[in-house]
Design a binder for this molecule. Structure first.
Ligand SMILES: Cc1cc2nc3c(=O)[nH]c(=O)nc-3n(C[C@H](O)[C@H](O)[C@H](O)COP(=O)(O)OP(=O)(O)OC[C@H]3O[C@@H](n4cnc5c(N)ncnc54)[C@H](O)[C@@H]3O)c2cc1C
Length: 397
């Protein structure tokens, strides 16, 4: 793996544009969004028209063509301002547009990818079920063949963007007995298809701007053009998408950590106790130094992984087994460390704020609630360790 990396002038310009946009259009709505627990419709609409829902997708398919590095820049900046907006973009982009780009036929790309990358349609990704979480190959939603058609029946849960999405990539079992190896197929389902309804939406500890929805499939009939990649290859589709998602989650965590560091530093320099700013006490200085170390290390890891993904390109057919395993392992490392470091750094930032850090509505209090989920979704951190250990033991990924 090459270790040299620097941002191009275009990437720096993109970061500046994103930063200005988020300060103007997103930061002002975040506190009210968090309190009211509502999807931030207006700011998301503006983000969609800026092209921020198709950053890594090539221009020929409606995106900005800025690759995974550009996408991580967006997620890092979003992480500094609001994790909910980051999760909405992440579920749509990593888990929706990426698999359509990597595995879609030209007709599927035209029908679903182009409008999604242009921001005209919102996507979601649905793997989890009541009985299938970490054991994500044990899908029980059934896809039965009926002539040329497929008929899907089952219940999916915890779908980010599930309430608002126009189309959802849904994993269903073409053969329950086979499970992950050959028994799961990816389908693209349009909202409004008869039998496809949104069930309950969960109340959550954080990420109050996102919907986390149940999707009910009651004999949903679709043609073969809704099958993404080959029948029985859905688990593979899901895992490839999650590799992208895990690195971009790392970028979002990086942004959250940077914001927490900035807030803690400013607070420490302005809060006086015992006649001195608390930043003069070594106990506080060491906390700040530990936080800065993690930010520094994570930035290197995130952009190294994103640059590797750009180097490999979007077509899995061009990756060697070793490249695929390295990519999966690297994504697991980034996701796991990023989410745990974000938890630690934001916790320390809250501690530096004293009682104020515990008061509802302060940015560090919201960040603390928002960050916790990163150790759980897109594969729990226990599962990331399973992935890394399997590779270490030569058991394949
Ligand atoms: C806010 C939110 C958004 C989400 N968004 C989506 C989405 O958009 N799409 C989607 O498909 N899913 C989504 N999820 C689901 C999420 O990915 C799962 O919750 C997660 O993978 C864990 O599954 P589980 O909740 O069933 O926990 P379980 O799998 O039941 O795990 C419970 C505990 O057991 C541990 N564990 C399980 N197996 C092992 C093992 N072999 N070794 C060691 N420890 C183990 C886990 O790490 C965990 O600590 C979302 C969840 C939430 C809360």
């Amino acid at each position: 793996m090459p270790f040299e990396f620097s941002f191009s002038a275009d990437q720096e310009a993109f970061r500046e544009a994103v930063r200005a946009f988020l300060e103007r259009e997103v930061r002002p709505v975040v506190t009210a969004m968090d309190e009211s627990e509502t999807f931030p419709e207006a700011s998301v609409r503006k983000m969609r028209s800026e092209g921020y829902f198709g950053v890594p997708i090539p221009e020929e398919y409606g995106g900005l063509g800025l690759g995974k590095v550009g996408y991580c820049i967006l997620l890092e900046e979003l992480g500094k301002v609001d994790a909910s907006h980051g999760a909405i973009v992440g579920a749509h982009t990593s888990l929706g547009t990426t698999p359509l780009h990597s595995y879609g036929t030209e007709a599927q790309r035209k029908r679903w990818l182009v409008p999604a990358a242009r921001g005209e349609k919102l996507l979601a990704f649905s793997l989890t079920e009541p009985g299938s979480g970490s054991d994500s190959g044990a899908v029980h939603t059934v896809a039965e063949k009926d002539g040329e058609d497929w008929v899907l029946t089952g219940t999916k849960i915890y779908v980010t963007n599930g309430r608002e999405a126009d189309a959802v990539i849904v994993m269903a079992a073409n053969d329950v007995k086979k499970g992950a190896s050959g028994g799961v197929t990816a389908f693209v389902l349009d909202k409004g298809t008869p039998g496809f309804t949104v069930g309950r939406c969960e109340k959550k500890m954080g990420l109050h701007g996102t919907s986390t929805a149940e999707l009910v499939l009651d004999h949903v009939r679709v043609g073969p053009e809704h099958v993404l990649h080959e029948v029985g290859k859905g688990f593979h589709v899901a895992m490839t998408a999650l590799d992208v998602g895990r690195v971009s989650l790392g970028a979002a965590s990086l942004g959250g950590m940077e914001a927490a560091c900035t807030e803690a530093l400013t607070f420490a320099q302005n809060r006086t106790q015992f006649g001195l700013p608390i930043s003069e006490y070594e106990a506080i200085q060491f906390k700040l130094a530990d936080m800065a170390m993690r930010v520094h290390a994570l930035r290197l890891m995130v952009y190294h992984a994103a640059a590797d993904q750009d180097r490999l390109g979007p077509d899995p057919a061009n990756w060697s087994r070793l490249e695929r395993a390295t990519k999966t392992r690297e994504a697991a490392v980034v996701k796991c460390l990023a989410s745990e470091w974000a938890g630690e750094v934001i916790d320390e930032a809250l501690q530096i704020h004293g009682g104020l850090g515990y008061i509802r509505g302060t940015p560090v209090e919201r960040a603390y609630r928002d960050a916790r989920i990163s150790q759980i979704f897109e594969g729990t951190n226990e599962i990331q360790r399973v992935v890394i250990a399997r590779d270490l033991l030569g058991r394949g990924l």
